[in-house]
Design a protein around this ligand. Structure first.
Ligand SMILES: *Cc1c(COP(=O)(O)O)cnc(C)c1O
Length: 423
């Protein structure tokens, strides 16, 4: 059996003289000693390079989907690299604004925005609001009447396309809670509503077919469905949403952001699209930039079945395996190139049988209690989907770059766990 495929590690990953892993010029072993485990380590240059790649392909129309991973430092980094930010709740809006990102650089999403969230969006003067329902149009008009703010909007369209991904992640099919259905005429009606509303300026339409999509032709197909609508209604903008997949395990292959850009531009040309083309990549910007480092607490051989390796985190820092059955690789940061000849199940510390991080994790033979063990490609939807289940404090996040590491999210304390409790 094989060593960990190097391509799954962040760009700046290097092997130190002793065989251990360096990220951003920092020793992963030393970072774990300093900050404890579980620990998210991001390669800051990797994050910046992915932002630059998106900006090179889409310019100002590259919008980072904040839900994949958001904190003050990330919002600021994305803004510095010239991307706009897509926020999908009042909380995400708050974080982006708190990081100093101007409201005009934000795109506000959500299938059930509250009146308070729309007020917050108006007072921030968000650059774009993506309208998702007729009920939302009514709230928007209320906010407009009170504040005078006119929202620049995109109408979210459900194009009737089944993206090849996990069914929880597919959002383009007609049977969806998102957007206005094209096939039933709801989309055309929403466009007409927007046109006649004094509360909004209609700028274009938006489509998001799903997440973790590997097949570029799914995006091209969605664009081909949307182009005639853009044309028929003489709209200025088409946002294709996010969804570009990333490789998580050995053997997977995904288009790069540049390839994705070329595919979309080709499809736009083929469809005769003249409107501005925007995208909202989340996962493809952040997933590969990070690893999560854990400490092994127990190794249990269950005779006749398997070996369970339990770590000090689990579904509270990475719920993706539980939610979607997602696969991950695993490796030892002390011996990053070691052959992995043993197969174990890496599990967390939560009170659930389903609390699995890696179902069939390949590890070196000499794995032992006390070892650090890591999962690569954990930069997206790990920290952001994390929880305090079992009252486990959320892990810290460090950004490593040029031999320096900075703490961008501190580990939660036990006091944080009862901060909002009242007796
Ligand atoms: C989730 C989402 C994205 C980002 O998706 P990724 O798969 O992370 O690229 C972008 N836009 C919208 C509307 C989304 O819901």
């Amino acid at each position: 059996m094989s060593a960990l495929p190097w391509s799954l590690l962040p760009n700046s990953a290097r092997e130190a003289d002793d065989g251990s892993l360096l990220i951003g010029g920092c020793s992963v072993l030393e970072l774990a000693a300093e900050y404890g485990t579980p620990l998210f380590i991001y390669d800051e240059d990797h994050l910046r390079n992915r932002c630059q790649e998106a900006a090179a392909s889409f310019g100002d129309q590259a919008v980072y989907a904040g839900k994949a991973f958001l904190c003050l430092a990330m919002a600021r980094l994305v803004h510095e690299e010239g991307l706009r930010i897509d926020v999908a709740s009042g909380g995400e809006l708050f974080v982006a604004l708190a990081a100093g990102v101007p409201g005009e650089r934000l795109v506000m999403h959500g299938n059930n925005k509250s009146l308070a969230e729309l007020h917050a969006a108006a007072s921030a003067r968000v650059g774009r609001l993506v309208v998702d329902s007729f009920d939302e149009f009514e709230l928007i008009e209320n906010v407009h009447e009170e504040t005078g703010f006119v929202f620049d909007v995109l109408v979210r369209v459900t194009p009737g396309i089944e993206a090849h991904t996990h069914h929880y992640l597919a959002t383009g099919q007609d049977d969806s809670k998102f957007g206005f259905t094209l096939s039933t005429g709801q989309a055309a009606k929403a466009i007409a509503t927007a046109r006649s509303s004094p509360a909004v300026r209609l700028r274009g339409v938006h489509v998001h077919i799903g997440s973790q999509v590997f097949e570029a032709k799914s995006f091209a197909a969605a664009l081909a469905v949307m182009a005639p609508i853009v044309d028929a209604h003489q709209l200025d903008e088409l946002s294709m949403g996010g969804g570009l997949g990333v490789a998580y395990v050995e053997g997977e292959q995904a288009p790069t952001l540049s390839e994705y850009g070329s595919i979309l531009r080709e499809a736009a040309l083929a469809a005769g699209l003249t409107a501005t083309l925007a995208v909202e990549p989340g996962r493809s910007i952040v997933a590969g930039a990070a690893i999560t480092v854990y400490t092994i607490g127990t190794i249990k051989e269950v005779t006749g079945f398997r070996t369970y390796v339990a770590v000090d985190g689990g579904m509270s820092d990475n719920p993706r395996p539980v939610l979607y059955g997602s696969g991950y690789e695993t490796f030892l940061p002390r011996a990053v190139r070691a052959d992995r000849n043993r197969t174990v199940r890496v599990v967390g510390k939560h009170c659930e049988t389903g609390d699995v991080l890696v179902r069939e994790g390949k590890v070196p033979e000499d794995l032992r209690v006390g070892d650090l063990i890591a999962t690569p490609v954990t930069g997206a939807y790990g920290h952001s989907m994390g929880s305090n289940y079992n009252k486990v404090p959320r892990p810290p996040v460090v950004f490593a770059r040029n031999g320096d590491a900075r703490l961008v999210v501190a580990r939660e304390s036990y006091d944080d766990l009862i901060r909002n409790d009242r007796l």
